[in-house]
Ligand binder design. Structure first.
Ligand SMILES: C[S@@+](CC[C@H](N)C(=O)[O-])C[C@H]1O[C@@H](n2cnc3c(N)ncnc32)[C@H](O)[C@@H]1O
Length: 227
């Protein structure tokens, strides 16, 4: 896709946590993450790293995405603490119990990411379908804040491509509501291509990887080089 990134507000972000349409849209996201195989892709990125003590997921929503990732990794990674970082505090008791059943601890960190990130203590940071909410200046600011004491920064985002745009217009076939139908298209237009995230990474001494994963996902990973 030749068009530059274009950002517009996503409807889910504008709705209260207990709004029925927002709740339904978060259920839609579970299906979209399944179709895009986001949990499998993220687990694959994480397996290239050693077990973190504390893992923070930015824009984590209700935590169901991260729980699916944790289920894939817990057999090899015992006793991880996950930080569910989101502007809304919407993690259900069931999701918390899911982490506990894996032997993982789960903490909510609620607030705007730029307010909470400086206080986060996490050795790996992840983001799924979140970075595309930010313009390039905000992304660079976030990346600057994200590196202490982190050794890995991994993201699975929408790919800005004709195939992904076409698929985003067809989420009605997954019975997605009007919030999700709007946000799916907006997300692809704000998504990433080529080496756009690597170009924004403001630090030396990190190994960067970026590219297409499956048809619709754009992955980015930054790993701190050994000293
Ligand atoms: C598209 S949803 C993705 C949720 C989750 N990662 C998933 O895959 O199900 C984006 C999330 O980012 C959160 N978010 C948006 N802007 C934020 C900000 N400035 N600070 C913290 N969270 C934010 C929203 O509340 C929402 O939960």
């Amino acid at each position: 896709m030749s068009a530059a990134r274009s950002l517009e507000p996503e409807l889910l972000d504008l709705r209260a946590a207990d709004d029925p349409r927002a709740r339904a849209s978060r259920r839609d996201l579970v299906r979209i993450n399944f179709v895009m195989r986001q949990q499998t892709i993220m687990a694959g990125l994480l397996r290239r790293h050693s077990r973190p003590r504390r893992l923070a997921d930015l824009g984590c929503g209700d935590g169901r995405f991260l729980l699916g990732v944790a289920r894939r990794l817990a057999p090899h990674w015992p006793q991880v603490t996950v930080l569910i970082v989101d502007q809304q505090d919407i993690v259900s008791a069931q999701t918390r119990a899911g982490f506990a059943a894996l032997g993982w601890r789960c903490e909510s960190v609620t607030g705007d990411v730029f307010a909470t990130l400086p206080q986060l203590d996490a050795d790996i940071i992840t983001a799924n379908l979140f970075l595309h909410h930010l313009d390039d200046l905000a992304l660079q600011r976030l990346m600057r804040l994200a590196v202490q004491p982190t050794r890995g920064f991994l993201a699975c985002e929408p790919r800005r491509s004709p195939a992904a745009l076409l698929a985003s217009r067809m989420v009605f076939a997954l019975a997605c509501n009007e919030v999700t139908r709007h946000d799916a298209v907006a997300s692809v237009r704000a998504g990433f291509a080529a080496q756009e995230l690597s170009g924004l990474w403001p630090h030396a001494g990190w190994t960067l990887r970026e590219g297409l994963a499956l048809p619709f996902t754009h992955v980015f990973s930054a790993r701190r080089d050994a000293l």
